[in-house]
Design a binder for this molecule. Structure first.
Ligand SMILES: [Fe+2]
Length: 398
């Protein structure tokens, strides 16, 4: 059975069952492990974690002297969840700006993580795990802002921004599924690290602009196993390893590497599959244009046998039917870009109208809040920007 002790009581040989306080500050790739290194105790204390749970059946117990001292001193109760968003949440523009600044700095840290793996070095979890905490904070503040910004990638930062985006999508989906703190953290860490195996794949294949040959496909398909091995070596939690290993499985059994089907694929891995594909198709790649977000949702919903359909419906709820940046056709026969999600309804976001379908011409940009009681305009459906020859719609919301 796990018992709660003060972090100052930790000794080598104790088995860590769970770290106390908010997970956002936890500096480890897993929360259950045997304490074998004094540095780990120092890291726990340095991270400001005041209480921990130890499992006395798997490691050393507290000494009698310590128990007496603790009973006398009484443990200081920590609040279960820390208030992390101390600064008031700003407007959509402000939160997009905050997300942009974060992504610019964070992608460098994710790049370092990939470089460490490439060089066969240990992953510095003190840098990477708090990143997941920061992404969680941004998701809590304004999920649409971080999700929209993380969707934008360049050729060079694709893999790193994809890791951040999948992490944010996983956290957002975890909230929609009412995950507890521990499961939420695992989903986030797994999202950030799901493609870590790509660090060990030849760059010329990963950045090849054209179609891959069969032999190149075989090579790239090794990345889930390669990532899982690296994570195992770094002592990651089994759930995080599972996400890396099985995010390319499909519910009909036609995925890889193990051809798992249905519920044999864990919930976290099924979540990973959806978040990974959504971010990949809505990102620009050397060989394809980025799909419009709501168009991508509509297309993915029609794919048979790829995703867990029920889970996909929850995913759509988590990101909205018309995510920020989507091109939509209005009942007034005009085209608009979604700039802010609707507060109460997924179907009634704030949009910027900029194009007349009948006149086939740009019109003066106007912001409409479809949720406003006086507004009679509705969305008829998503539109494919390519069909209209729109190169970029980002300037409308970024
Ligand atoms: Fe992958």
């Amino acid at each position: 059975m796990a018992i709660k002790i003060s972090s100052s009581e930790l000794r080598i040989g104790m088995y860590m069952h769970k770290l106390g306080g908010s997970w956002l500050k936890h500096p480890f790739l897993r929360s259950s492990f045997l304490l074998e290194d004094n540095n780990d105790i120092k890291r726990i204390i340095k991270a400001g974690i005041k209480e921990v749970w130890i499992d006395e059946s798997k490691g050393l117990s507290r000494e009698l002297k310590q128990i007496e001292e603790t009973q006398e001193a009484d443990l200081i109760e920590e609040p279960p969840v820390e208030i992390i968003n101390e600064e008031a949440v700003g407007s959509m523009e402000e939160e997009i700006d905050r997300a942009r600044k974060f992504c610019n700095a964070a992608k460098e840290q994710v790049k370092e993580m990939f470089d460490e793996v490439r060089l066969g070095k240990a992953i510095d979890s003190e840098v990477t795990i708090p990143l997941v905490g920061e992404i969680e904070m941004l998701v809590q503040r304004n999920a649409s802002a971080i999700l929209s910004v993380a969707r934008l990638k360049t050729h060079d930062d694709y893999t790193y921004m994809h890791s951040i985006a999948v992490c944010a999508l996983m956290l957002s989906l975890a909230h929609q599924l009412d995950f507890d703190e521990e499961q939420t953290q695992l989903a986030g860490v797994g999202g950030l690290m799901h493609d870590l195996g790509k660090a060990l794949m030849p760059t010329e294949i990963l950045s090849k602009p054209g179609k891959l040959t069969d032999a190149e496909f075989v090579t790239v398909r090794r990345h889930p196993q390669a990532g899982a091995t690296v994570l195992q070596e770094n002592g990651a939690a089994p759930e995080v390893i599972d996400i890396a290993l099985h995010h390319h499985e499909k519910v009909n059994g036609s995925g890889y590497p193990d051809g798992l089907a249905g519920d044999d694929i864990s919930l976290l891995a099924r979540m990973g599959a959806i978040c990974d594909v959504y971010d990949a198709v809505t990102s620009e790649r050397p060989y394809k244009k980025a799909w419009d977000p709501s168009y991508a949702i509509q297309a993915m919903a029609k794919w048979e046998g790829h995703f867990d359909k029920k889970l996909f419906a929850v995913f759509v709820k988590s990101i909205g039917i018309y995510p920020v940046g989507s091109l939509v056709r209005l009942s007034t026969k005009r085209l608009a870009v979604v700039v802010e999600p609707g507060a109460d309804s997924l179907l009634k976001p704030k949009v910027k109208v900029f194009f007349s379908i009948s006149a086939k011409a740009a019109i003066e940009v106007q912001i409409i809040d479809l949720a406003s009681p006086s507004c009679k305009v509705t969305i008829e459906g998503p539109e494919n920007p390519e069909k209209w020859g729109f190169k970029s719609l980002e300037h409308f919301w970024l």
